[in-house]
Design a protein around this ligand. Structure first.
Ligand SMILES: Cc1cc2nc3c(=O)[nH]c(=O)nc-3n(C[C@H](O)[C@H](O)[C@H](O)COP(=O)(O)OP(=O)(O)OC[C@H]3O[C@@H](n4cnc5c(N)ncnc54)[C@H](O)[C@@H]3O)c2cc1C
Ligand SMILES: Cc1cc2nc3c(=O)[nH]c(=O)nc-3n(C[C@H](O)[C@H](O)[C@H](O)COP(=O)(O)O)c2cc1C
Ligand code: SF4
Length: 643
């Protein structure tokens, strides 16, 4: 791999006529709903700050998130259905542009995923009205100072639902064959074109594949892309997958959700091949999205002529300065998105705004500006070199405090070292590696093999101590016969090989237990495996897209999963319990049990330290076992909460 990235920084001219648009490089920020709009659909200072940060980071263009073309009043989504939105949007475009990026607006009607019935039940008059609304919205986009407009034709929303043979069974001019299913898209593009004039760039976002039985396939997409080009689109943006229907947040049978915002289980650049095939059919620029979090991959996509532009979604949530760092050759400073989907899944389930698990500044950019270096640097001891301790040490050192970090094991990273062992999770470790590079670069004093005790802390006389001692596995409260082979789940992960006596029963079915079960099956450590879990489902606590994929894979290995199973006792040959719903007693044969009952905090006595006048902050799993996002958030808080 050579280090020449110049192809990523070649300008690209889009559109026709006088006002064609030249992008300064080949990186575009993909549209991402943030829920930072106010409850009336207006731009807020928070949304502006968030975009300014990404523009400063060097991306060529920002596609501002899906804006509703009609009044659906979706939760904190941007509106573009009235002229009243123009004033604040104009401020947003000004700020994006003055910080160096082009501003594009995505316009959308959510269709069957929002407030409308499916395509079959829409009257021609209603369709005409919606097409007109797209045109009017595009006119407002142009008046608000955007450099271009993106029509959302992907992910199962209105236009996409017409393109799909699964949801469109019409027999009039809007349905029947591929060209007719593309008719709504064509009419929207034509109407938008007449609203914005001949030389305003129009991007058309579409699925290269729905990855849904009966849905849009590559063959359909090839026709749609050609139709969109002929109708007047200037750029085709390729995505894939269909999202959750508004009425079915549980995912139901939708096996396509994870194809839209791909979890770490899916390979980087997973849409590139698809995009390459579509690019061969068209004569206008094409962009592609999907797990592009690596400079080499981004560069090779352009160099390989699979696309003219790369769309970066979550990577710019994790690190807005990704483009600038590539330009400056600072690859070691890039914080790669680990595709954990905390940003999307959490918001989807809890209806909250966008966050990034590994970038605590995302969504708090304005607030972040007020964080200053300390005028009075303190001596800070950080105890524990897991994610929480590393994150705290990073921020403390950035703010000029004198930081020493103590880790009792030979390695930094804590539980992340285990979390990255189950199948397809190795990328999670890139985050720990990133933090380790940062603490070293910032001059944090690192002491490995050094267990810190309260007495040791008192001897060191620090001003502040950050307790980040993390978590350990919960021990079973039920009896286990000593003749049963009983292994802690973390030990199974660490030991990595060695057949387990079968049948194996995994005690506990949280996400880590489910991942460890997959690890056992994939490594061939056992084939006959059962997971027993007290709650109503296995991996109940996992983000929906992850859960869907993990459960599918467990099923493919033939893993048996028993929810509502309250474990009472483990004998020499059986796991005995009770079904919490039916109250019937249950027995499962076992030769090995793997204990995966969850995590508890590793305590650290702090009263003596407080009495000695030392400020104490307890963070991460040491505070309460949770996950990476919380460890990062706590670390950030510890690193920025005192002067
Ligand atoms: C198998 C597995 C999979 C997981 N997968 C995910 C996932 O996909 N997503 C997610 O969000 N979370 C996941 N987690 C949970 C996540 O890894 C943890 O919540 C997070 O890493 C906790 O970080 P921490 O820094 O608080 O604690 P830890 O990572 O536990 O770090 C604490 C550190 O402190 C050290 N230490 C303890 N006591 C002392 C002492 N007295 N002196 C010096 N050092 C000390 C320990 O050696 C350790 O290195 C997973 C966990 C496991 C085990
Ligand atoms: C929080 C979030 C919100 C999203 N909102 C939109 C949206 O408004 N419009 C859209 O076309 N895609 C949306 N997407 C999909 C992204 O544009 C992108 O296609 C997807 O995240 C995969 O790209 P990535 O791997 O680079 O993140 C969203 C994704 C995320 C994570
Ligand atoms: S929350 Fe996870 S998936 Fe989302 S941007 Fe951050 S690292 Fe990537």
């Amino acid at each position: 791999m050579n280090g020449d990235f110049s192809i990523l920084f070649q300008p690209l001219t889009i559109g026709r006529g006088m006002r064609k648009l030249t992008l300064k490089n080949r990186m575009v920020m993909a549209p991402m709903v943030t829920c930072f709009a106010d409850s009336h659909g207006e731009v807020t200072p928070r949304l502006v700050d968030y975009h300014v940060e990404r523009a400063k980071g060097g991306v060529g263009a920002i596609v501002v998130e899906a804006m509703d073309i009609d009044d659906q009043m979706l939760f904190h989504r941007l509106g573009i259905f009235h002229d009243r939105f123009i004033t604040e949007l104009e401020y947003l475009t000004t700020r994006i542009k003055e910080n160096g990026a082009a501003a594009i607006a995505q316009i959308n009607q959510t269709g069957i995923r929002g407030n409308l019935p499916g395509p079959d039940d829409l009257s021609k008059a209603k369709i005409r009205g919606l097409i007109e609304a797209f045109g009017e919205a595009a006119g407002r986009v142009q008046r608000a100072g955007f450099d271009g407009v993106m029509i959302h034709g992907a992910h199962g929303y209105l236009i996409s639902s017409f393109l799909s043979p699964l949801t469109n069974h019409r027999r009039d001019k809007y349905g029947g064959n591929r060209e007719k299913r593309a008719r709504l898209a064509v009419e929207v593009i034509q109407t938008v074109r007449s609203a914005v004039g001949g030389d305003f760039p129009i991007f058309f976002r579409m699925n290269g594949d729905d990855f849904l039985p009966g849905g849009i396939t590559l063959e359909d997409a090839l026709v749609t892309a050609s139709c969109a080009e002929q109708a007047g689109a200037d750029v085709i943006s390729i995505s894939g997958g269909v999202g959750i229907m508004a009425h079915d947040l549980s995912l139901g049978d939708n096996k396509s959700y994870y194809q839209m915002i791909m979890p770490m289980y899916m390979p980087r650049g997973c849409r590139v091949e698809l995009a390459g095939r579509i690019k061969e059919r068209i004569h206008i620029p094409l962009s592609v999205v999907g797990r592009i979090n690596d400079p080499y991959l981004a560069r090779d996509i352009i160099a390989g002529k699979n696309a003219d532009l790369v769309d970066l979604g979550r990577q710019l949530l994790a690190d807005p300065y990704f483009p600038q760092k590539i330009a400056e050759g600072r690859m070691e400073d890039i914080c790669q998105c680990i595709a954990c989907n905390y940003c999307h899944g959490k918001r989807m389930r809890a209806v909250k705004h966008v966050h990034c698990a590994i970038n605590p500044v995302t969504g708090r950019e304005g607030e972040f500006r007020s964080i200053k270096p300390s005028a009075e640097p303190r001596r800070v001891m950080v105890i524990g070199g897991g994610i929480a301790g590393l994150e705290a040490a990073t921020w403390l050192a950035k703010r000029n405090h004198r930081v020493s970090l103590y880790e009792k094991s030979p390695q930094l990273g804590g539980q992340i070292l285990l979390a990255s062992l189950p199948p397809n999770k190795e990328e999670i470790n890139t985050f720990a590696e990133h933090l380790i590079r940062q603490v070293k670069k910032l001059g944090v004093e690192i002491h490995l093999h050094q267990e810190a005790s309260p007495e040791f802390v008192l001897q060191q006389k620090p001003d502040v101590v950050v307790v980040a001692t993390g978590g350990r596995q919960i021990q079973p409260a039920f009896p286990i016969d000593s003749k049963m082979t009983c292994l802690p789940a973390w030990e199974v992960l660490l030991r990595g090989n060695g057949k387990l006596g079968e049948p194996v029963v995994v005690l506990g079915g949280g996400f880590a237990a489910a991942e460890i079960s997959e690890y056992i099956c994939e490594k061939g450590l056992a084939r006959d495996l059962t997971i027993v879990e007290m709650r109503e489902a296995i991996a109940f606590d996992l983000e929906p897209s992850f859960r869907q994929m993990l459960i599918e894979r467990l099923q493919s290995f033939g893993v048996k999963m028993i929810p509502h199973f309250l474990i009472k006792e483990v004998t020499a040959t059986k796991v005995i319990g009770e079904n919490l719903k039916t109250r019937r007693s249950l027995k499962v044969e076992a030769r090995t049990v793997v204990v995966a009952l969850g995590t508890e905090s590793v305590g650290f006595p702090v009263e003596g330290l407080k009495r000695a006048g030392i400020r104490v902050l307890v963070i991460g799993d040491a505070q309460e076992p949770r996950g990476i996002a919380e460890a990062v958030r706590d670390g950030f808080w510890a690193g920025t909460s005192f002067a």
